[in-house]
Design a protein around this ligand. Structure first.
Ligand SMILES: Cc1ncc(COP(=O)(O)O)c(C=O)c1O
Length: 447
């Protein structure tokens, strides 16, 4: 597939500095081999995350000038609330400063100690917030996702059979079913509309709430439109349909909100919304800003309109497909097919000479920085704090930010690493916090 035509022209520039290899090695040592701690000016291509890293459109920048910073019931809140209702079709909108704030509030309202929650895969902060309440979280990805290299469609689905079994086994302890769209932990793979409907029905039959983590719901809807609806209908109505299946949904607008911050919870249940709002006031801010500025709410309101554009989504997914295909051509082991927001490298396979307890994913992430100043993120033993089935490195693509030469550069760096892979060593942890260790832990290379 050729590189997709950029449906925009560049208007504002941010500089990229390229360091020497010696400078990069020094930066790695100073960061104790934790890429989260490398200063951004020392990064050449930043593929750490697609979260909050989107370039804003001229319309978003112009809306920023209209930001109303009144404490309560501002004009910007009104625009935000209308945009969220229009995007989701839900009646009650609760603003929060980012996705994990929504997770914390939902956890406190819906979960108690010893409860159980079930998902196609919980994102790390979602899991951490739910487990913090004393609940147990079960990832039940479809069997299709087990073979990373098989390009099956909708590998983000939930395993409906296993879900039914687990719900029966956990009985009263089961509290809700959650679909993460797209499934970030599982390779940014989409879930089908059919599977999401099925999961919602299974939850409803047991009298359980059905929740959607809608961070990347537009990208997920694009795949549904392409492969399930065969280009029939439109993306906006698929998004509305997905939201309509949920009792509660939350969204970090740092992803498909095309914004640098923010989030929301939506529901049609007024009494649940009242409970969620009480905690929003306690943790986030008044219920008409939830920790966001008026300017931020303006960018999100506009972003939610832009993200449903087929032209935008075609280019967005096209960039991921391009990077994916170019890496596959040089035999880098990947999760197939390409997902919505990132390319996932099977580091366990590429760095098979590094044992799992020496973090092959982190070794690859460090090598990418060392050889080319590329920042990525390990999604494996280090992040998950347990021995997962696969050791992955995620190359997350910020929205509307990089162009073809950046992707070609990344492919060249991979070529260099793959040609000499045995020289890269594993890592040991020298310090770690009690939760979400990958953000702040310190490491050293194994001799
Ligand atoms: C699927 C998913 N859910 C929740 C979150 C948390 O959102 P935030 O980073 O805004 O707290 C993320 C963040 O990357 C995510 O990918």
């Amino acid at each position: 597939m050729p590189y997709p035509f950029e449906p925009y022209k560049i208007k504002v520039l941010g500089p990229i500095k390229t360091l020497s290899k010696a400078e990069r090695l020094k930066a790695l040592r100073e960061a104790r081999y934790n890429l989260f701690k490398i200063p951004s000016e020392k990064i050449t291509v930043d593929l750490l995350t697609d979260s909050g890293t989107s370039a804003l459109s001229q319309e978003q920048w112009s809306q920023i000038m209209l930001g109303d910073e009144t404490y309560a019931s501002s004009k910007s809140w009104e625009r935000f609330e209308v945009a969220v209702k229009n995007f989701t079709g839900k009646k009650e909108v609760i603003p929060v400063h980012q996705g994990r704030a929504a997770e914390k509030i939902i956890a406190e309202v819906l979960l108690e100690k010893n409860d159980a929650a079930f998902s196609n895969s919980f994102f790390d902060t979602t899991r951490a917030n739910f487990e913090h309440r004393g609940a147990t979280c079960f990832d039940i990805p479809t069997e299709k996702s087990a073979d990373l290299s098989k390009p099956k469609l909708f590998k983000g689905d939930i395993d409906a059979k296993k879900l039914k079994k687990l719900l029966s086994r956990y009985g009263k302890r089961a509290k809700f079913v959650l679909m993460t769209l797209t499934n970030n932990t599982g390779g940014g793979q989409p879930a089908s509309l059919k599977n999401t409907e099925l999961a919602g029905n299974i939850a409803a039959k047991k009298g359980l709430k059905f929740i959607i983590d809608a961070c990347r719901i537009a990208e997920n809807a694009y795949f549904i439109w392409l492969y399930e609806q065969k280009r029939k209908g439109n993306i906006k109505s698929i998004i509305r349909k997905l939201f309509s299946l949920s009792d509660v949904a939350f969204m970090s607008t740092k992803k498909d909100g095309l914004a640098n911050s923010g989030g929301f919870i939506v529901t049609n249940d007024r009494s649940l919304a009242a409970k969620l709002r009480e905690l929003t006031v306690l943790y986030e801010g008044f219920v008409t800003y939830g920790g966001m500025t008026g300017r931020e709410m303006e960018t999100i309101a506009r972003g939610l309109e832009e993200v449903v554009s087929p032209t935008y989504l075609e280019h967005r997914i096209g960039q991921i497909v391009y990077l994916h295909n170019e890496l596959a051509k040089i035999d880098i082991p990947l999760i197939h097919p390409p997902g919505g927001h990132a390319v996932y490298v099977d580091a366990g396979k590429l760095f098979a000479h590094i044992p799992q307890n020496e973090f092959p994913g982190q070794a690859l992430a460090a090598a990418l920085y060392q050889e080319g100043g590329i920042r990525s993120v390990e999604i494996g033993s280090l992040m998950l704090g347990k021995t997962p089935k696969s050791e992955l490195v995620r190359l997350a693509v910020p929205r509307r930010t990089y162009t073809r030469p950046h992707f070609d550069y990344v492919v060249d760096v991979f070529k260099k690493i793959a040609a000499n892979k045995k020289q890269y060593k594993g890592f040991k942890i020298t310090w770690q916090p009690s939760t979400l260790r990958h953000f702040t832990c310190k490491l050293k290379p194994v001799n």
